[in-house]
Design a protein around this ligand. Structure first.
Ligand code: HEC
Ligand code: HEC
Ligand code: HEC
Length: 460
């Protein structure tokens, strides 16, 4: 079928060539996509987008005017904080992969016609995009998404959605995962044998502890809320500030963290586990190298790869089951997209793919009214780069109904409060009560299954 149509295509191309029609129509699909990518890059450069969306952000002459100047300076600073288009332009020119989050943001801005901001079009800066130009950019974004991030498990009508269903599973080694399951529940990883990974990431409680801050050994409390371990394998990096590159690197942290499990070093843990002859033998049968920091963390990471939670009602809907959601839930999903939520909470994990500033459109930390803590620094703690201040790895919204309280500081008790806050601080909107309710209903449809059992079942 495919080869037949491309044969017809090349025939018609020859026919066109014989006439006076331009070469453009004879290009292969790949060549046409490359053209769109180059045109998109060109438009971003020519239309002044980079003036606000790059490190090179330049302030126009009227930026020094009182009042209007303040707003301009804020927008220039915010533009870069929201999306770095210089990086996108560089990727387009070099043929690199543009991230799914950037694609979703660009698609959102083009569909809504929000960029460049209206007040600048009036002044001069950043001329507006024509409808054709916007359509070209939307096409480019969608084609790219389908090319780079396509999946077979989505209904054809939803191919262009920014959110896609979770896979049923990802690859893992079963023997290692079984050892990892045991280690995950093993309190011997902590100095006084009182705490396991499961103490703070209870699989029967959505993979969290439902506390504002987690309690480690000797009743000590950490400074940030525990994220869920469910689907963590899909995150691009681990922790709110992204300081661990992957699950294995992450698993090395808690056992030695003085306020979590407080073991002195991995030698201490290996000694305790080695004293258990049966476990040692079982472990060595799978890991010939024996018990070590490397093998222990590898086994735990392997286990965590089993914690993918497919089959939420929303995923069933995306796969084509029209009865999976109620009308209000579908409206909630539409509101979720219209209000920009899906441009950060995007892809299969609805988050976990980028660092985003908390408080883009209003000052979250000033309004919170309590002192800034180390945990509030976010990505800045790792890079010491001022532009990373208060940026956090966007949390997944999968199973979010089960993981209150919310945010890195555990400050919001309910989904309703979290949604209201997101609208104010990330999108600059105050949603009305009915809109918030619908979005919350939609978020409740994101609870998935583990081994065929709903995560709502606390016996998992
Ligand atoms: C005067 C500064 C300015 C210019 C010029 C500008 N932007 Fe923006 N852009 C912003 C700000 C500020 C935001 C943050 C969200 C908001 O305030 O709406 C933003 C947000 C965005 C987003 C994130 C999604 C969204 O709509 O919020 C995208 C994508 C984007 N801009 C693309 C563009 C493109 C493409 C151009 C050029 C056609 C452009 N911008 C021109 C300031 C600017
Ligand atoms: C005392 C409570 C506690 C214990 C014990 C604990 N964690 Fe955590 N976990 C947390 C907190 C709090 C965070 C967030 C820390 C941060 O981002 O700085 C976290 C983060 C994580 C993350 C990152 C998730 C994400 O989205 O970034 C994973 C994965 C994880 N823990 C797995 C484990 C494993 C595996 C163990 C056992 C080896 C473990 N945790 C032990 C509290 C705990
Ligand atoms: C600019 C990117 C961005 C946009 C847009 C955005 N979010 Fe978020 N979202 C985040 C980040 C970052 C956090 C974590 C903030 C923190 O912990 O301080 C978050 C946290 C959340 C949480 C709490 C999750 C948890 O486990 O703690 C919910 C719920 C949420 N967002 C829903 C929404 C909704 C609904 C919208 C649209 C109204 C939205 N988000 C728009 C980036 C975004």
């Amino acid at each position: 079928m495919k080869s037949k149509s491309s044969f017809i295509y090349s025939l018609s191309c020859l026919a066109l060539l014989a006439g006076t029609v331009s070469m453009q129509s004879c290009k292969t699909k790949t060549e046409q996509q490359q053209d769109k990518a180059q045109l998109t890059a060109q438009l971003m450069e020519d239309k002044g987008c980079l003036a606000c969306h790059s490190d090179e952000a330049v302030l126009p002459f009227y930026a020094s005017f009182p009042v209007i100047g303040d707003q301009v300076q804020k927008d220039v600073k915010n533009g870069k904080r929201f999306v770095d288009l210089q990086q996108v332009v560089d990727q387009l020119k070099s043929g690199g992969a543009v991230s799914e989050v950037d694609l979703a943001k660009i698609e959102f801005a083009m569909l809504g016609g929000t960029m460049p901001p209206a007040k600048y079009k009036m002044v001069h800066w950043g001329s507006s995009l024509s409808n054709d130009e916007k359509a070209l950019i939307i096409d480019w974004a969608r084609e790219n998404r389908n090319k780079l991030y396509a999946q077979s498990n989505i209904a054809a009508e939803f191919m262009n959605e920014p959110i896609r269903p979770l896979p049923d599973a990802i690859a893992y080694n079963d023997e290692k995962a079984q050892l990892g399951f045991k280690l995950y529940h093993d309190t011997r990883l902590s100095v006084d044998n009182s705490i396991s990974c499961a103490s703070c990431h209870d699989l029967g409680m959505g993979g969290v502890d439902r506390k504002q801050f987690s309690e480690g050994v000797n009743g000590q409390f950490g400074g940030v809320n525990a994220p869920t371990v469910y689907n963590a394998a899909l995150n691009f990096v681990q922790f709110w500030d992204g300081r661990a590159a992957d699950l294995q690197a992450q698993a090395g942290g808690p056992p030695l963290n003085p306020i979590e499990m407080a073991s002195e070093n991995f030698d201490q843990i290996v000694a305790k586990l080695s004293a258990d002859a049966a476990f040692k033998a079982e472990f060595e049968a799978v890991y010939p190298e024996g018990l070590s920091e490397n093998s222990i963390t590898d086994a735990i990471a392997e286990f965590e790869k089993t914690l993918i939670t497919p089959n939420s009602r929303f995923d069933k809907y995306l796969k084509g089951d029209n009865n999976a959601l109620t009308a209000h839930e579908v409206e909630g999903y539409e509101l979720f997209k219209e209000n920009k939520c899906a441009s950060c909470h995007t892809g299969i994990n609805m988050g976990g793919q980028s660092f985003e500033a908390m408080g883009i459109t209003a000052d979250y930390f000033a309004d919170r009214g309590t002192d800034i803590t180390d945990g509030d620094h976010g990505r800045f703690s790792v890079t010491k780069n001022e532009s990373d201040m208060h940026k956090f790895k966007t949390p997944t919204l999968r199973n979010v109904a089960l993981t209150a309280p919310y945010f890195h500081d555990g400050s919001k008790q309910t989904l309703k409060e979290a949604v209201e806050a997101m609208a104010i601080y990330q999108t600059g909107k105050t949603l009305d009560a009915a809109e918030v309710d619908k979005i919350v209903l939609y978020l409740n449809s994101l609870t998935g299954e583990l081994n065929g059992k709903s995560l709502e079942d606390s016996t998992i």
